[in-house]
Design a protein around this ligand. Structure first.
Ligand SMILES: [Zn+2]
Length: 673
C-alpha cells in the first residue's frame, strides 16, 4: 500500500468509526467519576465543549466541566507544573489511537514564556531517517523493526482555551542534531506569553499510528503498549532548581535515551472494546459501558510525569495488596496472558520483595497502585520498561524462565524510585537512573533470592569506559551506553559503598531519595549528598570516575626476587611494586601465596598513594601475589594485571648477605601498611 491512500484511510475511517462508536454516549462519561479529583476546578468550569470535526462534518461535543462531581485538592507531593486530561479511542482494527487532550501548563519560573515545546515521541518511528531510527539502526535491545514498524503521531488540532488556532504556528525543530527528518519536537509561539506563576490551557487532537512494537511502544497482534504516545509538554527547569539558565530542557527521541518531564496530574479515559483488559498509570477510577460493544476506563494519577497503558483481550489479572515499612499500602496488579498465568506468583513475589526492600532502605512508595504488564510472546520490545506506577516485565515466551523474570520486575520497580519519584533528566544524566536502579536491583536479588552478581565479569565488559554524565546519544552505540550508564555506573556506586561501608551508603541513598524526591536532581546534587553524609570531599573522585572515563586500575608492576643467606638460612626476598590511581583513601587487600600452601593477607591503606613499594622476606618461596583478590575495588577493569607469579629465575638464585642497615631500610618502606 502506498503512503497516500494509506493516509486517507488513517485520517478518515478511524474518525468515522470513532464517532460512530462514541457519539450516542458522547464524552461526558469521560468526565464523570465517583472519584474525587484533585485537579484544578477553575479550568474545567470555564472550559467550553470541544467540538470534533471530521471530513463529513459530523460533530461530537465533549463537555468537560459539568460532570466533574466533586473536587477536593489533595496535598501535592510535587510541583505539578502540568495537568493532562486525555480521552483516547483505540481503533484496534487500524491500530490507531485517536485522542483529544487538554493540557494546562503552569509557568514555574521567573521569566515570561511564549514559546512552547511539545514532544511527539511516536514520530521516532515515522521514517528510517528519524534520529531514533538512524541512531538505533532500527534495533533496540536485540529486537528489530519489522516492515510494519513505521508509526507516527499527527497533531490534527491545537487551540487555546479561547479558540485560537495555533496549528499553523507549529514547526518542528531538532535541537540535538538538526536532523530535518526528525519530528519528535514541535514548537509554537503562544499568542500571549505566560507570566511567571500563570498558566495556559491548550486543547489538542491527535492520531497515533502504532508501529509493530520493537522499541517500547506499539502493537503485537492484539496487544497494545501505549508508551510515549500522546503530545507531551517538554520539561521546563527553573534556574534555582538546577543552577542552570531557566528554560526548556527539550530533546528529541534518541536511540539510547529515555525521557524527562515535569510532574503533574493525569486524568486519562481510554475507549476500548468491551472484552479488552487495560492496565494504566495510576488508579482505575471507573469503567463505563459505551454501548456497541465498547467501554471506557478512567485512570487518574497525581504527582507522576508520564502516563502509559497496555491493552489486550488476552490478559488475565491477579491482584495482591502489600504493605510494609515505607509501603503504606499498595495494590499490585498483574496483567499476564493465560498461558503464563501459572507464573503469576513469581511476578507478585518479585514485586513484593522489591517494594519491601526499597521501602525499607530508601523511603516511601507514595502511590497506591503498581501495575505489572507481561507482554505476550513476540512483544519483547515492549518488555522491561518503566513508566510511573506501571512496569513491563520480560515478554512471556517461556514456561519456566530463570531469574531473569524476577530480575526484570525488581529492576523496573527500582525505577519507580529513581526515574519515577526522584526523576532526573534521563537524556542528560541517564546514569542517575540506570546505575542507581541496577544497584538497587542487585541488592534485592541478593537479599530476596540469594543471587549474587559477579563483578569481575561485569568489570570485564567495560572495554570502553566513558564519562557517566554524557548526553545519552553521545555514547558510541547502545553497548557503549549500556556498559557505562548501567554497569560502570553501578560498579561506581558499589565502589563508593566499599570505601564508606554499607550503612553509610544506605544513608547516602536514603538521604538523596528523600531530599530530592520529585525534584529532578543532578549528578552534582547527588555528590553534594554524598559529601554531606560522609563529611568529606568527593570532588577528585567524581572528576576522575564520573566526569571523566578513568577506571581504577590496580597493577602489580614488578616483582624482583633474590635468594639470600642469612644466619646460614636461605631467605627469599621479593621487592614488589604495586600501583593504583584512586584519589581517595581506601583499603586494598593483598594476598601472598607461598609454596607450602600458606596464604598471608595484608592491607594496603592507600591514602592518596599511587605506588606501594615493599619488600617481602620469607624462608619459603612465594608463588603468587594477588592484588585485591575479591575485587573490593569495583572500578578495576583490567584484572589480568592483579596477579603475578613470583618464581625465582635461575640466575637470581645466588646468596646475598644483607646488612642490618638495609633491613631497617626495608622496614621503613613498609610504613604505608
Ligand atoms: Zn533500567
Amino acid at each position: 500500500m502506498s503512503e497516500k491512500p494509506y493516509k486517507l484511510i488513517l485520517l478518515g475511517l478511524p474518525i468515522i468509526v470513532f464517532l460512530f462508536a462514541v457519539s450516542p454516549y458522547q464524552f461526558q462519561h469521560a468526565w464523570q467519576s465517583s472519584y474525587t479529583y484533585a485537579g484544578s476546578p477553575a479550568v474545567f468550569e470555564a472550559m467550553p465543549a470541544i467540538t470534533m470535526t471530521n471530513e463529513t462534518n459530523e460533530t461530537s461535543s465533549v463537555p468537560l466541566s459539568s460532570d466533574v462531581v466533586k473536587i477536593t485538592p489533595q496535598p501535592a507531593l510535587s510541583d505539578r507544573i502540568v495537568d493532562y486530561h486525555i480521552q483516547v479511542n483505540l481503533n484496534e482494527e487500524l491500530r490507531v489511537l485517536e485522542g483529544e487532550e487538554v493540557i494546562t501548563w503552569r509557568n514555574p519560573g521567573k521569566k515570561q514564556v511564549q514559546e512552547m515545546y511539545l514532544n511527539l515521541y511516536a514520530n521516532a518511528f515515522k521514517s528510517p531517517q528519524t534520529t531514533f531510527m538512524k541512531e538505533s539502526g532500527g534495533q533496540l535491545r536485540g529486537d528489530s523493526a519489522t516492515t510494519n514498524s513505521e508509526g507516527y503521531i499527527e497533531l490534527t488540532s491545537l487551540e487555546t482555551l479561547q479558540g485560537d488556532n495555533l496549528l499553523p504556528r507549529v514547526k518542528f525543530v531538532s535541537p540535538d542534531d538538526q536532523n530535518e527528518h526528525d519530528y519528535t519536537v514541535a514548537t509554537f509561539r503562544l499568542i500571549e506569553p505566560v507570566a511567571p506563576g500563570q498558566e495556559v490551557t491548550l486543547r489538542l487532537k491527535f492520531e497515533v499510528k502504532l508501529p509493530e512494537v520493537f522499541a517500547r511502544m506499539g502493537y503485537s497482534g492484539d496487544f497494545i503498549m501505549g508508551g510515549q504516545w500522546f503530545p507531551k509538554v517538554a520539561a521546563y527547569e527553573t534556574a534555582s532548581s538546577h543552577n542552570k539558565e531557566e528554560g526548556w530542557r527539550v530533546h528529541q527521541y534518541h536511540g539510547n535515551s529515555e525521557f524527562y518531564s515535569n510532574f503533574g496530574v493525569y486524568s486519562v479515559k481510554i475507549h476500548v472494546p468491551e472484552h479488552y483488559v487495560v492496565a494504566g498509570t495510576g488508579m482505575l477510577t471507573k469503567v463505563a459501558s459505551l454501548g456497541k460493544g465498547r467501554k471506557m476506563l478512567s485512570f487518574y494519577a497525581e504527582d507522576v510525569h508520564d502516563f502509559a497503558f497496555a491493552a489486550s483481550p488476552n490478559f488475565v489479572t491477579h491482584e495482591a495488596s502489600f504493605s510494609s515499612e515505607g509501603i503504606p499500602g499498595v495494590k499490585i496488579k498483574l496483567y499476564v496472558d493465560k498461558e503464563h498465568e501459572a507464573l503469576s506468583e513469581r511476578y507478585l513475589h518479585a514485586a513484593r520483595s522489591a517494594l519491601n526492600y526499597y521501602g525499607k532502605f530508601y523511603g516511601t512508595y507514595p502511590y497506591s497502585t503498581l501495575s505489572i504488564v507481561v507482554p505476550p510472546k513476540g512483544a519483547s520490545g515492549a518488555g522491561g520498561m518503566e513508566y510511573p506506577t506501571l512496569i513491563t516485565a520480560l515478554a512471556a515466551d517461556q514456561e519456566n524462565p530463570g531469574y531473569e523474570l524476577e530480575r526484570t520486575v525488581v529492576h523496573e520497580i527500582g525505577h519507580q524510585y529513581w526515574y519515577g519519584i526522584v526523576a532526573n533528566n534521563e537524556f542528560e544524566e541517564a546514569w542517575l537512573d540506570e546505575a542507581f536502579t541496577s544497584y538497587a536491583e542487585e541488592k534485592v536479588m541478593e537479599h530476596a533470592y540469594g543471587v549474587k552478581t559477579d563483578h569481575r565479569i561485569e568489570a570485564s565488559y567495560m572495554t570502553n569506559p566513558a564519562p557517566l554524565k554524557l548526553n545519552a546519544w553521545e555514547y558510541n552505540d547502545h553497548t557503549h551506553y549500556a556498559e557505562n550508564v548501567y554497569i560502570r555506573g553501578k560498579l561506581l556506586l558499589l565502589d563508593i559503598e566499599q570505601i564508606i561501608g554499607s550503612d553509610q551508603m544506605t544513608k547516602v541513598l536514603r538521604t538523596y531519595f528523600q531530599t530530592y524526591q520529585f525534584k529532578h536532581p543532578t549528578t552534582a546534587q547527588f555528590q553534594g549528598v554524598l559529601e554531606k553524609v560522609t563529611k568529606q570531599s568527593w570532588q577528585a573522585y567524581f572528576d576522575q570516575h564520573v566526569y571523566s572515563d578513568a577506571t581504577n586500575d590496580l597493577v602489580i608492576s614488578k616483582i624482583d626476587k633474590r635468594q639470600l643467606t642469612e644466619m646460614e638460612k636461605t631467605i627469599y626476598e621479593y621487592t614488589i611494586l604495586l600501583q593504583q590511581n584512586s584519589v581517595v583513601k581506601r583499603t586494598i587487600p593483598i594476598e601472598l601465596v607461598y609454596e607450602n600452601g600458606s596464604i598471608v593477607r595484608k592491607l594496603w591503606e592507600t591514602g592518596d598513594e599511587a605506588n606501594l613499594h615493599f619488600v617481602e622476606r620469607s624462608e619459603v618461596p612465594l608463588l603468587w601475589i594477588k592484588l585485591d583478590p575479591d575485587q573490593s575495588n569495583k572500578l578495576d577493569t583490567k584484572l589480568n594485571n592483579n596477579f603475578m607469579r613470583a618464581e625465582l629465575p635461575e640466575q637470581e638464585r645466588k646468596a646475598v648477605t644483607i646488612t642490618a642497615s638495609s633491613l631497617l631500610d626495608l622496614l621503613l618502606r613498609l610504613l604505608s601498611w
